[in-house]
Design a protein around this ligand. Structure first.
Ligand code: AMP
Length: 419
């Protein structure tokens, strides 16, 4: 399926093409037709699936087909999201996707002075992205009216509730016109979220992009147990023995990504890093060279890898295991796309074994361990009996307390290194 086939207007297709999107992601493919028909939507999906475009494109489509507002522009679409970062990101996406329309969008969030935001609002806005607190504040001050809202999006509903925004959301709901299209997104659907969605949505359809679905079944997965100091050696060994043309390596940190690239260069392996500390230009250049096949190995952090869509990606290597299991699913979903069958290899040192267990629980499968490699990690996993504490007498209790404190310090230190 292409964006053309989804029936979006030409200016929107031109903008997504310019962004480099060739095909809609699964959530876009499923949600856009529902939203173009004007139905409400319950989207069970998390950030990283392409859900912003899934709701932004149909909203832009509907609004650009409306006659121009007489006089001052009125806010016709409202997106509320829990954090300032997400709000900015969503607004940036609206700017990019709406580039060839005449629609205006802006973003408001707390923690900064309101002057610049109210100046924008005064100019007249079609689409408003907001965090709940600042939204209510500016409504209270008379800068914003919600009476012309036709499209309402509640994004990351589960995080909204976790962050204590439920009362704010209720207040916003009370101000919305009855006749509207509502979209409700949440990565998880516990009972409180289900009941909130029922309050917001009318006649809705559900689209669910669960991590399980996202796990490409064609992806062959395996794990290497390896110590921290041998990870690079193992990576070089794999890259020298596997004949994969394009390889995406995930590093947990930006610093780590640069270090891996330096060591690959020493081994005469063509590689580049992309992460948040690199300029947008440098990132795009590296990505282009990777897509063109001039660079064989791209080393990325999760955030930087979000926009990467390389159809012929043969191999994904998790140099570090992610501590959020869903991230693993996103990462390995980068390979095995289209007709290509992919391979995902993960390096796992002793500290990361709990992450591996979480991942296996999420994907409901045990990952095979490759034991035959030149750098096996011979650290033995402690058995449950070894972990069992001895019954402490007074003296042992103090010793244990000291040991626990030492371990705590060590854990904190390794956490710091990771971030
Ligand atoms: P989101 O889940 O909306 O945060 O999107 C995740 C990332 O995927 C963002 O970097 C988007 O720019 C990118 N993206 C969204 N839709 C597509 C698409 N159809 N093709 C390629 N990348 C996309």
């Amino acid at each position: 399926m292409t964006f053309n086939e989804l029936g979006l207007t030409k200016p929107i297709i031109k903008a997504v093409t310019q962004k480099g999107y060739t095909h809609p992601t699964p959530i876009q493919e499923q949600s856009i037709p529902i939203l173009l028909r004007g139905k409400d939507l319950l989207g069970v999906a998390q950030t990283g699936t392409g859900k912003t475009a899934a709701f932004a494109l149909p909203i832009l489509h509907h609004l650009s087909n409306l006659p121009k507002d007489k006089g001052h522009r009125r806010i016709k679409a409202l997106i509320i999201t829990p954090t300032r970062e997400l709000a900015i990101q969503i607004n940036d996406n609206f700017t990019a996707y709406g580039k060839f329309t005449n629609l205006r969008n802006t973003v408001i969030f707390g923690g900064v002075k309101q002057g610049a935001q109210t100046t924008e609002l005064r100019k007249g806005i079609d689409i408003l992205v907001a965090t709940p607190g600042r939204l209510l504040d500016l409504i209270g001050q008379g800068y914003i009216s919600l009476k012309d809202i036709r499209h309402f999006v509640l994004d990351e509903a589960d995080h909204m509730l976790d962050m204590g925004f439920i009362h704010d959301i209720r207040k916003v709901l009370a101000l919305l016109p009855h006749k509207r299209q509502s979209l409700f997104f949440s990565a998880t659907m516990p009972p409180t979220i289900v009941s909130l969605s029922q309050k917001i949505l009318g006649d809705f359809e559900k689209v669910s992009i669960t991590p399980k679905q996202a796990t490409a079944e064609r992806v062959e997965q395996a794990v290497y147990y390896v110590s921290k100091k041998n990870k690079v050696k193992l990576l070089v060994h794999i890259l020298q023995t596997e004949d994969a043309d394009s390889v995406l390596v995930f590093s947990r940190t930006k610093y780590g990504a640069d270090k891996i690239v330096r060591q690959l260069h020493k081994a005469k392996i063509n590689a580049a890093a992309i992460h948040g500390n690199k300029s947008q230009n440098a990132r795009q250049r590296a990505l282009k060279h990777f897509k063109d096949g001039e660079i064989r190995v791209l080393v990325a952090t999760d955030i930087a890898a979000r926009g990467i869509d390389v159809s012929e990606l043969a191999l994904v290597i998790n140099f570090d295991l992610p501590n959020v299991s869903e991230t693993y699913v996103h990462r390995i979903g980068r390979t095995g796309r289209a007709k290509a069958s992919g391979i995902a290899l993960s390096f796992c040192m002793m500290d990361e074994r709990p992450y591996l267990k979480d991942i296996e629980k999420l994907i409901k499968q045990r990952l095979p361990i490759i034991k035959e490699h030149p750098f096996p990690d011979d650290a033995v996993e402690p058995t449950p009996t070894e972990l069992k504490p001895k019954r402490p007498n007074n003296q042992n209790r103090n010793k244990n307390r000291n040991r626990n404190n030492r371990n705590k310090k060590r854990r904190n230190f390794s956490n710091k290194q990771r971030t």
